[in-house]
Ligand binder design. Structure first.
Ligand code: TXE
Length: 503
């Protein structure tokens, strides 16, 4: 697999039909390093022609007997081989991602440990996708179902956790026997392209996995509009998700939508406040707040409000910002310039709305960080849940603290959002925790923990956070379809003009 040096300054092409493929328009653009805003490598600017080539290759691969007729067990072995290769190269993949999106090396290392486990998990499931036999009220009639691949799946990935988010779709897709066209984020294509070196080594037939890089409104749009795409798995903003779903609807492609969030993170008066403060810090400041599950609305019960805020503020002020590859650094830069601009804009909006800036709210003063897209961990108080800062996804290190008094009020406030991806609650009362988990409208609920995740845990957003789920055995259903087979073994000629309803 290529390494950091082999990427630096290079032009990276698409990967189509098992070959490195120059962009049809000959155009490349710079991918920038978030620690210094300098160009790192050049990435191919894909267009409709490249998407056409990739989808054609993926369609042909679906019918290639080497893939179509491969036994489920052998397909599982192949996916497991890929898992093994990723595991052997995980340190380099982590370094590539950190260089590309500025996420802490500690975190990309953790993620690239989960990625091979995700592929292994679905490799094991490859030959366990069973159909059913259906008892009918007709004698001499056998009815069974089989689950088969859907077809060509388009996978659109954002920049915050490229391989981790790719794995939860790519692994089940391959285990089931689909073929795919991946469109990584224009900001972070390097790790996905490096992964293709491993896909090749693992022995996947040409065309099973294809990558077209480039901009969303061009390459992404062409992918979602392509009539031969059977399903789109999209991870990104709700706004773009709606557009993608509309495009997919024009040719009746299915969608799996993992979109934005404005997650409530709630602290009751009976919580262990130290643990809760750590959890809340992790929820909003880990990965510089650039996670879809960021616990950006921090609800604190009135009676512990001051005590909790004190702990939260102390921890927030201790956060060490800096180069994401350095030991001891806790928060790196924002991944892209647009995010720095967006976060800055939202801080101004919050101030104008009357929220009180308690901490942060600006780039750090340290001259060593002045070239990168760094932003101080930021807390607002005196926030009302109806303010824009409490309703719109900032996708940065900005938490707003909101008071509540009763459990009923909390549930109402927590659910008063267009989103429904994640929620967290800190309490020592099991009853309270379980009641909250029942009442809150979100795809995942954490009790006395936050950001815990597993490839075995199915998660999917509610409301504007999307639909369909990723991870867990449920994914096998997401990326397969059911076929019903009916067989008459009566040996009798039937009345050709009457449906056999009942004997
Ligand atoms: O996301 P987009 P962006 C949120 C977050 C962030 C905002 C904008 O709030 O500030 O989105 O980020 C591709 N047809 N999240 O602009 O636009 C694009 O190329 C098809 C939350 O990066 O959603 C990229 O590969 N594809 C989120 C992917 O969609 C299109 C993660 C995501 O881009 C397209 C990222 C189009 N018309 C951002 N336009 C999460 N929930 O994890 C863009 N794309």
């Amino acid at each position: 697999m290529r390494n950091l040096e082999q990427i630096t300054g290079q032009r990276l092409s698409h990967y189509i039909n098992g070959q490195w493929h120059e962009p049809s328009n000959g155009e490349y653009f710079d991918s920038l390093d978030p620690t210094n805003a300098q160009p790192w490598y050049k990435v191919a600017s894909g267009d409709a022609q490249d998407i056409e080539d990739a989808v054609s290759a993926a369609r042909a691969a679906l019918k290639n007997p080497q893939w179509q007729r491969m036994s489920q067990t052998d397909r599982g072995h192949m996916v497991r081989r890929l898992a093994q290769l990723i595991d052997e190269n995980r340190e380099m993949l982590a370094r590539i991602e950190t260089r590309d999106n500025g996420k802490l090396l500690r975190e990309t290392r953790a993620q690239t440990t989960i990625v091979p486990d995700t592929f292994s998990y679905f490799a094991g499931a490859a030959d366990k996708l069973e159909g059913t036999t259906i008892p009918l009220n007709k004698p001499d009639m056998l009815n069974y179902t089989v689950r088969e691949p859907i077809g060509v799946v388009g996978i659109i990935v954002p920049w915050n956790s490229p391989l981790y988010q790719l794995a939860w779709t790519l692994a089940p897709c391959l285990a089931i026997g689909n073929t795919v066209v991946i469109k990584p984020s224009e900001h972070t294509s390097a790790s996905t392209l490096a992964l293709m070196d491993l896909v090749e080594q693992a022995g996947f037939p040409p065309g099973v996995v294809n990558v077209v890089t480039g901009f969303g409104p061009v390459a992404g749009e062409a992918l979602t509009r392509h009539p031969h795409i059977a399903k789109i798995a999209f991870t990104g903003s709700s706004e773009t998700g709606k557009r993608v779903a509309a495009n997919a609807a024009s040719h009746l492609a299915q969608c799996n939508m993992e979109l934005g969030g404005k997650s409530p993170h709630c602290v009751f008066d009976d919580a262990d406040l130290d643990r809760a403060a750590n959890g809340v810090v992790a929820g909003i400041f880990a990965a510089a707040g650039q996670t879809c599950v960021a616990g950006s609305r921090i609800f604190v019960q009135e009676s512990v409000y001051d005590a909790f805020l004190d702990k939260l503020l102390t921890r927030t002020r201790q956060i060490k910002l800096g180069d994401p590859t350095e030991e001891g650094v806790q928060v790196g830069p924002l991944a892209i310039r647009e995010q720095l601009e967006k976060v800055t804009r939202y801080v101004e909006i919050a101030k104008a709305e009357g929220a009180t800036l308690l901490s942060g709210g600006k780039p750090p003063e340290d001259p060593a960080l002045s070239e990168g897209w760094y932003f101080e961990p930021t807390l607002f108080t005196d926030v009302d849940n109806s303010m824009r800062i409490a309703q719109e996804e900032v996708f940065g290190p900005v938490g707003c603290v909101i008071r509540f008094s009763t459990e009923e009020e909390l549930t109402e406030l927590a659910n008063a959002t267009e989103y429904g991806l994640a929620a967290g609650v800190w309490t020592q009362s099991m009853e309270r925790g379980l009641r909250f988990a029942r009442e809150v409208e979100s795809g995942i609920v954490w009790v006395n923990t936050y950001r815990a995740a597993s490839f075995a845990t199915p998660v999917g957003g509610f409301k504007n956070s999307g639909y369909g789920s990723h991870n867990g055995l449920e994914s096998l259903r997401e990326y397969s379809r059911s076929k019903s087979v009916m067989l008459d073994y009566s040996g009798k000629a039937q009345d050709p003009f009457v449906i056999r309803v009942k004997e």
